[in-house]
Design a binder for this molecule. Structure first.
Ligand code: WTA
Length: 600
């Protein structure tokens, strides 16, 4: 058995910006495959988005395009039509493969189904499904028609669904028999929702009712020919709801042309080559699943694995082994869970693995050291956000890794650490991580129906990420934390307001304040401070009831794992909950400026 790993060496160096980290040195000459990006500095100097557009965008003769054509149809011509695009394994172990040719036909059929049922360009069609091939067929089918695809995490319950479907004015939802009851509960309050499509995969009884459409039934009748919608680069393609500090989740909307940066990064950062077997473990309900589970790898014509089963070290190592995965894009919490498990990756044959990357939350150095020991390869940390639509600050196959650092800006992207006035701060000093908006090709095009929110991201010519960071003397960026109250739990972004709103719906609760509490495994957990009604017992039973309520009504992942009863929440004089103060007190930190605190 040949060792297919990329060789690295490690040197302990003096202090890098006082982190005392070691450097993982690369020797690309010893790599199994020549990296797609062979010289970071040179590429950074020479790269322009204009040139990338020419290389990656396939325009129709009239100068328009369609991201689904780029991702699917153009690979379905000639020899690559029979290339495997998708390798699927279901939760019960059934295996299916789909070629680019087959996906072209299926996505055309689905676009025809939508057309037949009155969906038009610009309409919002939401996908609420588990990780099954139909999810991708539906996604690319929606884009073919020129409608906007919204994706939803399958752990969402009716409150989370209500906010997203109402705000977006979704016309159609595609779901299955298991998830449909959550939609059914709120349908009467969603005036724009005309039809629900049920994907019949599985043996459960199918729901029946007015305005329900059955996927398989419709697909069998549909034509495999479809006149794909001709779109402009700026025309909207997909949307995702994401959380900030205040208010309900916001609809971040992206455009067809954004696929350029998805492809550039899949190639330069994830180093995906034509013959790679690539596995992105993110759910399509989150941005990583859309960009690196769909647009990027399909855009490059690669072969992707999708796995419906639950996370467990055995399941995941088996997928890596059985599909001979070469490139693996995953998240820190998963890595830490693997790390803490008694199941060793050494019990599996993972010798095809060649490149590992991670996203979503800080990747702690220990996880990188463990990866090196377990797989003989370092995990490459990548940083970006839903709003940015693709990776922007990152590590590269060819570049030395400084464990704990997010790496350097993508060629084409200008990033900096700035102060409140938009001035760059000196090396090593903490500040706001900001990017020049015109250099992020896949930057969101709008926040759905909320121009004020959209505008609030931009100041002094910068796009403000809301993250704090510092840069070392060699240009590596280091993540420090969020500048606001956004919570990252197991890599999933949760807005405290959404959880607080769900908590106060519970009959025992008067008020609630929610924070992210540091957690070794999950990065952060959601902690709620709750004021209960007089007479309610402040005991474990009550806590459990409240937790279960949020889990069952808001989302399976976004419930407080810890609850503390409090007599009164700290608030500003204008009535805003001071979550910062709750957090400082929780962590035993100085309370900072409390001059705006109401009498307490
Ligand atoms: C955090 C996920 C540290 C960060 C693609 C950011 C990270 C937010 C990293 C965006 C990383 C993402 N190191 N923190 N490598 N990657 N984050 O929109 O706070 O779900 O602002 O996008 O996740 O989360 P989102």
């Amino acid at each position: 058995m040949t060792d297919k790993r990329n060789l690295v060496t490690i040197t302990t160096i003096y202090q890098i910006m006082n982190t005392g980290a070691n450097i993982i040195h690369k020797d690309p000459k010893k790599f199994v495959k020549k990296p797609n990006l062979s010289d970071y500095e040179k590429t950074y100097k020479e790269f322009t988005w204009k040139k990338a557009e020419k290389e990656y965008l396939d325009f129709f003769e009239d100068g328009t395009l369609n991201a689904s054509y780029i991702a699917i149809d153009r690979h379905a011509i000639g020899k690559s039509a029979s290339k495997n695009a998708l390798l699927f394994e279901s939760a019960t172990g059934e295996k299916e493969t789909y070629t680019y040719g087959q996906l072209k036909d299926l996505t055309n059929k689905f676009a025809n189904v939508l057309d037949l049922h009155g969906v038009q360009k610009g309409d919002r069609v939401f996908i609420f499904l588990p990780t099954i091939p139909e999810r991708l067929v539906v996604f690319f089918g929606i884009l073919k028609l020129g409608a906007i695809a919204g994706t939803l995490f399958s752990a969402f319950m009716e409150m989370a669904l209500m906010d997203r479907l109402l705000d977006s004015g979704a016309k159609v939802v595609v779901t299955n028999a298991t998830l449909f009851p959550r939609i059914q509960k709120i349908w009467k309050d969603l005036p724009a929702l005309e039809k629900v499509i049920i994907v019949e995969r599985g043996s459960v009884d199918q729901p029946k009712g007015e305005n329900l459409i059955y996927y398989k039934h419709e697909m069998e009748k549909a034509s495999a020919d479809f006149a794909i919608a001709h779109m402009q680069k700026e025309d909207l393609s997909y949307m995702l709801y994401t959380s900030g500090t205040t208010g309900k989740p916001k609809g971040v909307v992206h455009a067809h042309g954004d696929i350029v940066q998805a492809m550039v990064t899949t190639k330069f950062v994830l180093d995906v080559h034509e013959d790679d077997i690539y596995w992105c473990t993110a759910d399509l309900g989150w941005v990583t699943g859309v960009v690196y589970g769909a647009l990027g790898p399909f855009g490059l014509g690669a072969t992707s694995v999708i796995f419906e089963g639950r996370f467990s070290p055995e399941n995941w190592y088996k997928v890596l082994q059985d599909y001979q995965v070469t490139v693996w894009y995953t998240a820190p919490t998963a890595i830490r869970m693997l790390m803490g498990s008694p199941v060793s990756p050494k019990e599996y044959n993972l010798s095809n693995l060649r490149f590992l990357a991670s996203v979503g939350e800080p990747l702690n150095p220990e996880a990188i050291w463990w990866g090196l020991e377990a797989f003989g390869l370092p995990f490459h940390d990548t940083w970006w956000q839903t709003e940015q639509g693709s990776i922007t600050v990152t590590n590269y196959s060819v570049m030395d890794v400084r464990p704990g650092s997010m790496g350097k800006p993508l060629p084409g992207v200008i990033a900096a650490v700035i102060d409140e006035d938009g001035k760059e701060v000196p090396v090593g000093e903490e500040g706001h991580l900001a990017l020049k908006p015109e250099t992020i090709y896949s930057l969101m095009k709008q926040i759905w129906g909320n121009k004020e929110k959209f505008d609030s991201y931009f100041r002094n010519g910068w796009y403000l990420s809301g993250d704090k960071a510092f840069k070392d003397k060699d240009g590596y960026f280091w993540f420090v934390g969020r500048a606001d109250d956004v919570i990252k739990t197991s890599g999933e972004r949760v807005g405290p307001f959404e959880v607080e709103s769900a908590l106060v719906e519970h009959e025992d609760v008067i008020e609630a304040g929610v924070i992210g509490k540091p957690d070794e495994l999950r990065g952060e957990i959601i902690k709620a401070f709750v004021v209960v009604k007089p007479g309610v017992e402040k005991n474990e039973e009550t806590k459990k009831r409240i937790m279960a309520y949020v889990k069952q009504h808001l989302a399976g992942h976004a419930y407080p794992r810890e609850i503390e009863f409090i007599d009164k929440l700290p608030k500003t004089r204008s009535g805003k909950i001071m979550r910062r103060l709750l957090k400082s007190r929780e962590l035993g930190l100085p309370e900072g400026d409390t001059s705006t605190l109401e009498d307490y």
